[in-house]
Design a protein around this ligand. Structure first.
Ligand SMILES: Nc1ncnc2c1ncn2[C@@H]1O[C@H](COP(=O)(O)OP(=O)(O)OP(=O)(O)O)[C@@H](O)[C@H]1O
Length: 278
């Protein structure tokens, strides 16, 4: 009974001090947690967090069941892991702090850009792709959505320029030192070029498709990004999304797909993008 009374007093106290500052406080924490989740999504930190969650649950269960030795072992394992974390994840932590300092932390993804800016960007991408298709210039352009692709951008050469059809064509032109690999677009900026992407191992992809197309599908299997490919061999334009390759797109088709999939994220899809960790 004493316990229940103490709990009730505590609740009353907490409700008394709940005011507009508490709401702001909670919103700030929610925003920071959301951005942190986006930062670590699709990085190896996700696996570790899942592992930690399992250990935490196991520790709580062992305590409830009075399994003293198991509980002792799990507690010390957790303590050891917490000490090891900053060492193992030193590169990720450094990158996260750099992002925070560089203002990238607050940058707007493509799907949240103003309608006019997004439409201008889509037009530039479509114009470049059409041109490269005509000249059979191989290209691989990745458009970042909610999933952060910084780890992939770090495999290439930093560009950080405003996207234009001319910039894209210049990058993929055959003799350019940046033409090999993928260009990554975040918001209205071309973040990096010559990036190395994970290759898809899907057996459903036609055998005639080589590594450029497999890389396009690969990145969309592991993130929510869009990948646009121009085949060097045939000039055929394709777009990959969620592991599916849409082939033989004409100008209108590509434009339509980009407009459709770069729509501002609804609350529901934004939420699912937080929780659908793969
Ligand atoms: N892992 C990767 N990440 C990014 N780009 C890659 C990757 N692997 C290959 N590429 C790009 O693909 C090019 C090779 O394309 P390849 O001919 O094997 O593919 P393809 O799908 O048949 O394309 P194409 O129809 O243009 O020939 C490389 O020169 C490089 O630019």
């Amino acid at each position: 009974m004493d316990y229940l009374r103490a709990l009730k007093d505590n609740l009353n106290f907490n409700l008394d001090v709940f005011n507009i500052v508490s709401v702001i406080d909670i919103l700030i924490v929610a925003f920071v947690l959301y951005r942190l989740m986006l930062l670590i999504r699709d990085t190896r930190a996700v696996q570790l967090i899942k592992g930690l969650a399992v250990l935490l649950v196991a520790t709580a269960v062992s305590s409830l069941l009075n399994l003293h030795t198991v509980h002792w072992l799990l507690r010390y394992t957790l303590t050891g892991l917490v000490v090891a974390l900053p060492i193992v994840f030193q590169p990720e932590l450094r990158r996260a702090l750099e992002k925070l300092g560089g203002g990238d932390f607050f940058s707007r993804p493509l799907t949240q850009m103003a309608e006019g800016d997004r439409s201008a960007l889509i037009n530039e991408v479509v114009r470049a792709v059409q041109n490269m298709s005509g000249t059979r210039t191989g290209a691989l352009i990745i458009l970042e959505r909610a999933t952060g692709l910084q780890e992939l951008a770090d495999t290439g050469i930093k560009v950080d320029g405003i996207v234009s059809a001319e910039l894209l064509m210049n990058i993929f032109i055959n003799k350019s030192p940046l033409h090999d690999g993928a260009a990554i677009i975040r918001g209205d900026r071309l973040v990096a070029a010559a990036c190395v992407l994970p290759l898809s191992e899907s057996r459903e992809l036609s055998r005639e498709l080589g590594t450029r197309h497999r890389a396009a599908v690969g990145v969309t299997e592991q993130s929510d990004a869009l990948a646009v490919v121009v085949s060097e061999e045939t000039g055929i334009v394709s777009m990959a999304l969620e592991g599916t390759l849409y082939r033989r797109l004409n100008e209108a088709g590509l434009h339509e797909l980009l407009v459709k999939f770069l729509q501002p994220t609804t609350t529901r899809s934004a939420l699912s993008s937080i929780w659908q960790w793969r």
